[in-house]
Design a protein around this ligand. Structure first.
Ligand SMILES: Nc1nc2c(ncn2[C@@H]2O[C@H](COP(=O)(O)OP(=O)(O)OP(=O)(O)O)[C@@H](O)[C@H]2O)c(=O)[nH]1
Ligand SMILES: [Mg+2]
Length: 358
């Protein structure tokens, strides 16, 4: 064994030196652990600021963890990142399964990186089991973007509630922005409630559509069209081109029936082929126009402030709810009250009042 050999090293400690009795080992261990944790957060933060994608991934995993000690670290990390957040454009993309969201994001993302943007792609998918499946799909459909050094793709946060997934996604946005990503794309499947959630955390909301046979407006929830800042009719290629153009005209006509938006922005309908990489540049122009226009009118920041207020209330609501239902006293009393309702011995209002007083 050479000079670096374990036993010859100057750092090697002799065995058999006992700890003094008065020394509090658990306190010392705790101190060491805390120091280590602090170091971990500092290192992750430094990595994020350096744009290191591995550090970013690890940080997001920390955020997604439900372990109490991870959440403490995650909070510290987010606090460090916050001053560097907010400097991005956040784009929400929705559309029914198979419309081509992932394919579109691949083409659009490549266009963005070719224009020197740094792109982070996140997904909101409330159904955790489904999202596990689509991770594989997305990685193969975003083959080029995955390899792009200026792109970062993170599959859906899984969670048991949309609220939980939403919180994680909002925190992930902050981390990505602190890591220097200037465009955040958030994909969600256009079924259920997740579109509303994504809409409430993005600046620009894009609805991907297909040109269908017959009534173009069938099967689209009115609310989603109202939210859209742009409707992009995808798969406008081959035999589909004609139908897509027709759909574009119909949507444009339909959009005029809606009241003017608070942003003063008139939603634009265009056609594209994500697969053939056609019409993508036009979408980029529309989004750039939107950002310029709303920044000039100050609506851009106004909307973000409103979103923050919304999320503040949302967070309070969910925390109050959790605190209420997790309270052991409430749990027991609630059981009793439900039982009383079964026996027709109380009314829901009386029971609720009684529980709230607790
Ligand atoms: N012809 C044509 N096919 C396309 C186009 N865009 C996507 N596709 C195809 O449509 C299928 C679905 O595309 P995806 O990008 O996975 O769709 P998605 O909306 O992400 O689907 P989910 O993640 O399941 O919701 C794939 O087979 C794509 O190759 C397009 O512009 N033209
Ligand atoms: Mg997809």
């Amino acid at each position: 064994m050479g000079i670096t050999g374990k036993n010859n090293s100057a750092l090697h400690e002799q065995e058999g030196i006992e700890q003094p009795q008065s020394f509090n080992t658990t306190a010392a261990q705790k101190l060491m652990q805390n120091r280590k944790k602090k170091q971990e957060v500092t290192q992750l933060f430094a990595g994020i600021r350096a744009g290191d994608k591995t550090a970013l991934s690890r940080s997001i995993t920390l955020i997604e963890s439900t372990a109490q000690h991870h959440q403490v670290l995650a909070k510290k990390l987010i606090a460090l990142c916050l001053p560097y957040a907010n400097k991005s454009q956040r784009i929400g993309i929705t559309g029914v399964p198979g419309v081509g969201k992932s394919t579109f994001i691949e083409s659009f993302g490549k266009l963005l990186t070719s224009k020197k943007h740094k792109v982070a792609v996140l997904a909101v998918d409330p159904s955790s089991t489904l999202s596990r499946g689509s991770i594989l799909g997305d990685k193969t459909r975003m083959e080029e973007l995955v390899k792009d050094e200026n792109a970062f793709i993170r599959p859906s946060a899984s969670g048991d509630s949309l609220g939980g997934v939403a919180r994680k996604t909002r925190e992930t946005i902050i981390l990505c922005e602190a890591a220097g990503f200037d465009t955040i794309i958030i994909e969600t499947v256009g079924v259920g409630q997740s579109e509303t959630t994504v809409h409430s955390m993005t600046d620009f909301f894009l609805l991907l559509k297909l040109a269908g046979a017959g009534d173009e407006l069938q099967g689209i929830k009115r609310g989603i069209i109202e939210m859209a800042d742009s409707i992009v009719i995808n798969k406008a290629d081959g035999e589909n081109v004609k139908a897509a153009k027709l759909a574009k005209v119909e949507f444009n006509r339909a959009l005029h029936l809606y009241p003017a938006k608070e942003s003063n922005w008139t939603p634009k309908t265009v056609t594209c082929s994500a697969l053939k990489n056609e019409g993508i540049e036009k979408v980029y122009e529309i989004i750039t126009d939107y950002v310029n226009q709303t920044k000039a009118s100050k609506y851009f920041n106004h909307k973000r402030t409103e979103q923050n207020k919304f999320w503040l209330l949302q967070t309070i609501e969910s925390q109050l709810k959790a605190a209420f239902y997790n309270n052991p006293k409430i749990k027991e009393a609630l059981k009793e009250q439900l039982d009383l309702i079964d026996k027709n011995k109380t009314t829901p209002f009386e029971a609720a009042e009684m529980l709230m007083k607790l």
